[in-house]
Design a protein around this ligand. Sequence first.
Ligand SMILES: Cc1cc2nc3c(=O)[nH]c(=O)nc-3n(C[C@H](O)[C@H](O)[C@H](O)COP(=O)(O)OP(=O)(O)OC[C@H]3O[C@@H](n4cnc5c(N)ncnc54)[C@H](O)[C@@H]3O)c2cc1C
Length: 308
Amino acid sequence: MKLWPNADLLVDKLYKPSGRLIPNYPLASSSWFRVGGAAEVMFFPEDEHDLAIFLEKLPNDINYCVLGNKSNVLIRDYGISGIVISLGKAFSKIEVVDGDKILSGCSVLDKKLSSFALQNNIGGFSFYNSIPGSVGGAIKMNAGAFGQETKDLLIEVTLIDRSGITYNVKNSLLDFKYRSSNIANETLCLSALYQGYHSQYHRIYDEMISIKNLRNNSQPLREKTGGSTFKNTKHKKAWELIELSGCRGLSVGGASVSRKHCNFIINNGNATARDVESLGKLIISKVKSVTGIKLEWEIKCIGSGPEI
Ligand SMILES: Cc1cc2nc3c(=O)[nH]c(=O)nc-3n(C[C@H](O)[C@H](O)[C@H](O)COP(=O)(O)OP(=O)(O)OC[C@H]3O[C@@H](n4cnc5c(N)ncnc54)[C@H](O)[C@@H]3O)c2cc1C
């Protein structure tokens, strides 16, 4: 793994928070693709106050980003310069509000939120059971499955920006579209208020099981992958275009197109991020030349790496 030579100097320049600041923090082992380099400096804030002060005191020329469960990112091989923020335990509180609403911290995993809703007989959250991200990542990406999206449930989100100021934003102002929102890269989601509905345990449970079965049958879930690589287009699903263009099973280095679901790229064990990104680019060019349609990445390729 390539190390950031000035990581310790960067730490010296920063305000010392109560949470942990770790130079050259490896990211690959906790990312779903299992590839990528290190964060120059990783920051685990102790709590919201700690995060707010840290951001307020952060010099303007230092860049940062936030990562959730790393299930929708391809971290390039040289890693991420500047600071990567990870929201931990202090942002994992989850509670029922007014009987059928849920207030959730943004480090809570979608699966946990879905189980919590089940335990409290609150319907609407079953689709989250099959999405391997966190609540923060789900809001930023407007994560969805089987006809439902985050925007259908979210009432409002609490955000914090570079100045360290927190504020609430209503759903209608987040400009949710298919797998996107208008939340800026330097703005972090801290907690989210969702609207569910009263339901019965067995109904929710049955729905969860049928979603789980549908997914097990159609997607390679035990693989090192980032889920759907490209966004579906207006007229055709991405997997159909990839199939049509003869890319099923295509590979570059240790990365290949899944034979089970050809919008999934799989790390076969020894892939680099460069292999995965190169394969993605090859798919884009093949699909473009066969169908005339330009696929758009759903996965976010972040950080730096060797040229492709
Ligand atoms: C096997 C598999 C299946 C998948 N199936 C689906 C699916 O059915 N539907 C679907 O929509 N997605 C799916 N995904 C993609 C992914 O799980 C979602 O996009 C998820 O919402 C990403 O959340 P995360 O916490 O992992 O975010 P990350 O991958 O860590 O980050 C994704 C983006 O969100 C931002 N982000 C993360 N946390 C925060 C925060 N607290 N505040 C602000 N921004 C934040 C990051 O900066 C980044 O831009 C799948 C992925 C895999 C690996």
